[in-house]
Design a binder for this molecule. Structure first.
Ligand SMILES: [Zn+2]
Length: 402
């Protein structure tokens, strides 16, 4: 028995049908998930006044719960007005905490500002949209400076994501391409510099707090995932040459970080094979390899993604709980990503089995209660986000993937 995860006793795919002819989940699963979501949204709402208003972040604070409500407003049109007003109330609270100290989407100001821009754009409040966007742009020099880290959770990759988020959710010209290019190239230059200094075999290498992390939150796979997406964007054709010159060779290097089990090293000096979660290990690599396959058409990347996906199936029912960052919901998104990329029902089956585990929320012997039990990345809001997405599996995406 592992102290990190529950044995997966679910049977694997055996030809089951999960979708009706109009791509709806079959009624039995649909009604179970709907009841679960209704129950836990009520629970979230009962506790919303108790969340720490001094934390406005997306990761653990009110902006993350606002992002959940925005998502629910799209997925459940009959409750649209109610969910939108909740999102606005939460984001107004998050804006009170903006202080210019941190640069990333998940833990800094750009996340709440970007989500606020989307909410106020929906309300046709151009003055507020411009105010939020100007504030994000005013942080650009700080984000691109050498003093800041590169990784996604705290660093400039998380800043770059904020720019892309508002471009996708509001309109593409809201952020000038020169700003995107400058930040993108600052991440490339930083990775080149560190790779040269350490004589890495990879053209790009990164560290965070003196450790070469590999995973999605602090490490190379998360950085390269976003750079690959941005360089493939039609609006950023000037960045496309980096795909061949820097990004694909770095991805090739990352394939050498595979452990005998099929999991991936959490950092270059790690010797253990322990973590299978979004922030560290195989989970983030699935998202990277799926996107690399979609970019190149090279099926060897899809094979890498499915092998890593098998590891998540075996070891992904984490005892840490049901959240996104290091929990079961984050791991389950791997299966939805593979389902979207392959159209193979085996992956939908696996996502549904993980959602069955989440139906018994709180009833398993989890190793610890998260510090922020209602938050998007550590707590209940992330699980609700996933359970809502399973009802619309072809369009599901882990919240900060593009
Ligand atoms: Zn984590």
């Amino acid at each position: 028995m592992s102290d990190r995860y529950f044995e997966n006793h679910y049977t694997d795919y055996n030809g089951e049908t999960y979708l009706t002819s109009n791509n709806q989940l079959i009624p039995e699963i649909y009604s179970n998930v709907t009841h679960w979501i209704e129950h836990y949204i009520r629970k979230l709402e009962r506790h919303i006044d108790t969340i720490d208003r001094s934390d406005g972040s997306v990761y653990t604070g009110s902006a993350g719960i606002a992002l959940l409500y925005l998502h629910l407003a799209i997925l459940f049109p009959s409750e649209k007005d109610n969910y939108k007003s909740k999102a606005k109330m939460l984001i107004d609270s998050a804006l009170q905490q903006v202080n210019g100290k941190r640069i990333s989407f998940l833990t800094g100001d750009p996340g709440p500002l970007a989500i606020a821009a989307v909410i106020y754009n929906d309300l046709n409040d151009e003055r507020m949209v411009n105010k939020c966007i100007d504030k994000i742009i005013s942080m650009k020099d700080d984000a691109a400076s050498d003093s800041k880290p590169d990784e996604f959770l705290y660093g400039r990759t998380g800043y770059l994501y904020s720019l892309i988020f508002v471009r996708r959710k509001i309109r593409s010209d809201i952020i000038d391409n020169r700003i995107v290019t400058e930040v993108f190239e600052s991440i490339i230059k930083s990775g080149e510099k560190y790779a040269n200094e350490t004589r890495s075999r990879s053209p790009l290498m990164y560290q965070w707090h003196d450790k070469e992390y590999m995973g999605a939150a602090h490490g190379v796979s998360g950085i390269i995932y976003l750079l690959l997406n941005v360089a493939q964007d039609d609006l950023c054709s000037n960045l496309r040459p980096y795909v061949q010159s820097h990004l694909l060779p770095t991805i090739e290097f990352l394939t050498t970080k595979r452990l005998p089990s099929g999991n991936y090293l959490s950092s270059s000096d790690s010797t253990t094979d322990r973590l299978v979660q979004w922030c560290h290990g195989a989970t983030g690599f699935v998202f990277l390899f799926v996107r690399t396959y979609e970019t190149t058409g090279n099926r060897s990347y899809l094979d890498l993604a499915t092998t890593a996906g098998d590891v998540v199936w075996q070891r992904g029912l984490l005892r840490k709980g049901y959240g996104l960052c290091h929990g079961i919901a984050g791991n389950a998104y791997v299966f939805l990503d593979l389902y979207r990329a392959t159209n193979n029902t085996k992956w939908l089956h696996r996502a549904i089995k993980f959602s069955e585990h989440c139906l018994d929320y709180g009833k398993h012997d989890i190793s610890r209660t998260p510090d922020h039990p209602y938050s998007l990345f550590e707590g209940l809001s992330g699980t609700i986000y996933f359970m809502a997405d399973i009802m619309n599996p072809k369009h599901a995406r882990f919240p900060t993937l593009i």
